[in-house]
Ligand binder design. Structure first.
Ligand code: MLT
Length: 301
């Protein structure tokens, strides 16, 4: 008898595909499948594997007549209709344990980029300009980092920031002490931090959780970093704070619309922006694919 059939809808590392095939699964790789092609094809599969490109809508789930599982190779589940999944009794697995180090390291890179104005310096050199006098930065040592959302990524980041001799605050108590972190309330975190970084999922409760009010509570000249999800920070409030000089800078890897069509935020000189590459390391992608492959095998046998 044939093994379970899995449709891989977005590119994932080969190691995960090999684990499934070695377990006798029939794996179909259609990594540029369109939304309508997916609705047409999904009926033949026991499971689908997606990253963030593929939207697993109610229509897709309903068309998946034999679908038992949706695997998200990565953390965020905001591209999956979780209500429909629950209603239809489909199991969702993801791999939040896989990319935490990659994302935490990226935040360090972004803090250093902002503090030492590395992208601006590099850009000036590419343009043949020697603007040494204009590029005085600040040091991370002795500065305060406020981490909003203290899950796996926040924890990894706290340990790394501690090694850079930063003071670390979190608005959540869990595991704070273990990572040498002071747990404070959100207001105090905003008021006291030189760098604020958000690490929460996008949910109705977290949508625009950092808006005009929260930004005005931040220190003048502080920096805001978002590698979580675009909607967590109100982009228009952030843009205004960067233009007015309330905030010295921001670093963004995620946007309310991806890719962003309106460049009025990413085009600002004091913004470092990246195309959602938080988990884009060889190590994290390998782990994403192997973790979800193993979880699928546990479910489908
Ligand atoms: C994730 O949720 O795993 C990351 O944001 C990476 C991604 O969505 O591609």
């Amino acid at each position: 008898m044939d093994g379970p059939r899995v449709l891989v809808c977005d590119h994932i590392h080969d190691d995960g595909v090999n684990i499934l095939r070695e377990a006798g699964y029939i794996v179909d790789l259609r990594t540029s499948i369109t939304a309508s092609e997916l609705v047409e094809a999904v009926g033949d599969f026991d499971a689908i594997v997606v990253r963030s490109r593929t939207k697993v809508t109610e229509q897709v789930l309903e068309a998946g007549k034999r679908l038992k599982a949706v695997a998200r190779a990565g953390v965020g589940l905001d591209n999956i209709d979780l209500k429909a999944v629950k209603r239809l009794g489909i199991i969702v697995v993801n791999s939040p344990e896989a990319p935490s180090n990659a994302v935490a390291e990226l935040v360090l890179g972004l803090m250093l980029s902002l503090a030492r104005r590395i992208p601006e310096a590099d850009d000036s050199m590419k343009k043949g300009k020697w603007i040494k006098k204009q590029l005085t930065g600040i040091e991370l040592k002795g500065k305060t980092l406020g981490i909003i959302g203290f899950g796996r990524i926040g924890y990894q980041l706290a340990k790394k920031a501690g090694a850079l001799e930063m003071r670390v605050l979190t608005a959540r108590r869990a595991r704070g002490e273990e990572a040498g972190v002071d747990a404070v309330d959100l207001n105090e975190l905003l008021r006291s931090s030189d760098f604020v970084t958000v690490h929460v999922p996008l949910l109705p409760q977290t949508k625009h959780m950092i808006g005009t009010e929260e930004i005005s509570a931040m220190k003048d000249g502080a920096y805001l970093i978002n590698v979580a999800r675009g909607g967590v920070i109100d982009e228009e409030a952030l843009r205004k704070a960067l233009v007015s000089g309330k905030l010295a800078g921001a670093a963004l890897d995620v946007y309310e619309e991806e890719p962003p069509q309106d460049l009025s935020l990413t085009g600002l000189q004091n913004v470092v922006s990246l195309p959602h590459i938080g988990a884009a390391t060889v190590e994290a992608q390998r782990a994403n694919s192997t973790v979800v492959a193993e979880k699928l095998i546990k479910i489908l046998g």
